[in-house]
Design a binder for this molecule. Structure first.
Ligand SMILES: CC(C)(COP(=O)(O)OP(=O)(O)OC[C@H]1O[C@@H](n2cnc3c(N)ncnc32)[C@H](O)[C@@H]1OP(=O)(O)O)[C@@H](O)C(=O)NCCC(=O)NCCS
Length: 175
């Protein structure tokens, strides 16, 4: 493990972190989503995790949102949906993403939620390999669109062409 990696701290998102999640404007359009995730975390409905170093500040993030069973999808228990997973480019491939994922699984166990789902763009081979290395499996292809309200209050519809991936945590580690 590299020295700087030992100094990476994984913690919950704070309100004052919100501007930094926009990465200097690149993700400004998701401002309202980030705020909603933060608010949901205050109600116990989401777990937004931040990776930071003392020298560099926020270097990565991942959000877990708690979802109720969805019989349309054949999902019978509560589950977490993982989203907005990213590590700043210059910090990738050193283990930060793995640390964030480990903490997600720890949180899921703490909350006795066994299944974690996520969408991975079909063109994002690197991320798919990463998830598969960490035990996620492709469940099906999700094609269509998704809609959100951007920072200016406009409804934006973006195409989606993703693999729905799932990891079921083992029962043994729940004891
Ligand atoms: C996907 C993503 C979050 C992974 O984060 P990361 O910090 O690069 O993840 P890690 O460093 O833990 O693992 C990446 C690779 O680095 C390697 N690695 C891990 N620790 C390492 C270390 N100490 N030294 C060298 N390599 C290491 C691992 O072998 C791993 O390979 P694998 O993918 O075959 O498992 C990151 O690549 C990213 O932000 N990508 C762009 C955004 C994105 O695509 N997000 C996913 C949306 S679905």
């Amino acid at each position: 493990m590299e020295n700087w990696l030992k100094t990476v701290n994984i913690r919950l998102l704070r309100e004052e972190d919100l501007p930094e999640l926009e990465w200097g404007g690149e993700y400004k359009r998701y401002r309202r989503i980030y705020r909603e995730i933060y608010r949901n975390s205050q109600k116990g409905l989401s777990i937004p995790l931040i990776a930071e170093t003392a020298a560099e500040g926020i270097v990565g993030q991942v959000f877990l949102s708690q979802k109720e069973p969805n019989l349309n999808y054949g999902i019978r228990t509560r589950y977490y949906f993982l989203s907005s997973f990213r590590v700043r480019a210059e910090f990738r491939d050193h283990g930060v993403g793995s640390l964030l994922l480990q903490e997600c699984e720890k949180q899921a166990r703490l909350h006795r939620i066994r299944d974690i789902y996520l969408n991975c763009e079909r063109t994002n081979n690197r991320a798919r390999w990463f998830y598969q290395e960490h035990g996620f499996k492709v469940v099906r292809i999700d094609e269509g669109t998704w809609t959100y309200v951007n920072d200016e209050g406009f409804v934006v519809t973006e195409p989606e062409n993703a693999y729905l991936m799932k990891k079921t945590l083992s029962w043994i580690l729940f004891k």
